[in-house]
Design a protein around this ligand. Structure first.
Ligand code: HEM
Length: 189
């Protein structure tokens, strides 16, 4: 399947899951206070800290993947917002879905990489609300000035990906659903 077709397919096949996550995340209310913002980052940390190694192992391409890891940014922000290193280590962690192939890893990574795009909107809001610009805003700065280029490079990789497209799509939807279960407040439904 041509790459652009795979990206388009992923985008439309996950649109409903993206909308559900965006709705249930309730991020504006959660980041209204610094404490709430820190709580959201703690939850994101619990997700990235287990999914990133799982994706890295299945993808087996450190040159491509390592720069995309965002646990260090989360740890930096949490430290800035007052958590100790033991406090960070003790945060609850999500259990990843099985990622049995590079195709599944690409689907999961599509979700994490795509979150840097919407993250720019959230980052601007956090700057406006809490005055954070550098320290404390590392996660929601995505890949910084390189966010657009990193996304284009990821899409290019999708365009040339030679694997089972159905597995990519299924893992992307599984990741969106797992993220929604993990991040959305328990009282959501
Ligand atoms: C952790 C939660 C989120 C995840 C995992 C996520 C994931 C994604 C993904 C995978 C894409 C890429 C779509 C494509 O293929 O083009 C995307 C794009 C986008 N997301 Fe989200 N998203 C999240 C939360 C949000 C939220 C809360 C907003 C609203 C503020 C948002 C707004 C957007 C926008 C505006 C784009 C398109 C950006 C562009 O094309 O430049 N997202 N997101």
């Amino acid at each position: 399947m041509p790459e652009e077709a795979l990206h388009q397919r992923l985008r439309s096949a996950t649109a409903t899951a993206h909308a559900a996550l965006e709705r249930d995340l309730d991020w504006v209310a959660r980041v209204a206070t610094r404490e709430g913002y820190r709580g959201l980052l703690a939850r994101l940390h619990g997700f990235h800290v287990t999914w990133e190694p799982a994706i890295g192992a299945a993808l087996a391409d450190g040159d491509f993947f390592d720069l995309r890891c965002r646990v260090p940014a989360l740890a930096q922000d949490l430290t800035y917002l007052g958590l100790s290193s033991t406090g960070i280590e003790d945060l609850p962690q999500a259990r990843p879905i099985p990622l049995p192939s590079p195709a599944a890893a690409m689907g999961a990574l599509y979700v994490l990489e795509g979150s840097t795009l919407g993250g720019r909107v959230i980052g601007r809001h956090i700057t406006a609300t809490h005055g954070l610009t550098g320290p404390g805003l590392a996660y929601y700065s995505g890949h910084g000035a390189r966010t657009g280029a990193m996304w284009l490079a990821f899409r290019a990789r999708l365009d040339t990906f030679d694997g089972d497209a159905a597995q990519v799509v299924s893992a992307a939807n599984g990741t969106f659903d797992a993220m929604r279960d993990w991040l959305a407040p328990p009282a959501r439904d």
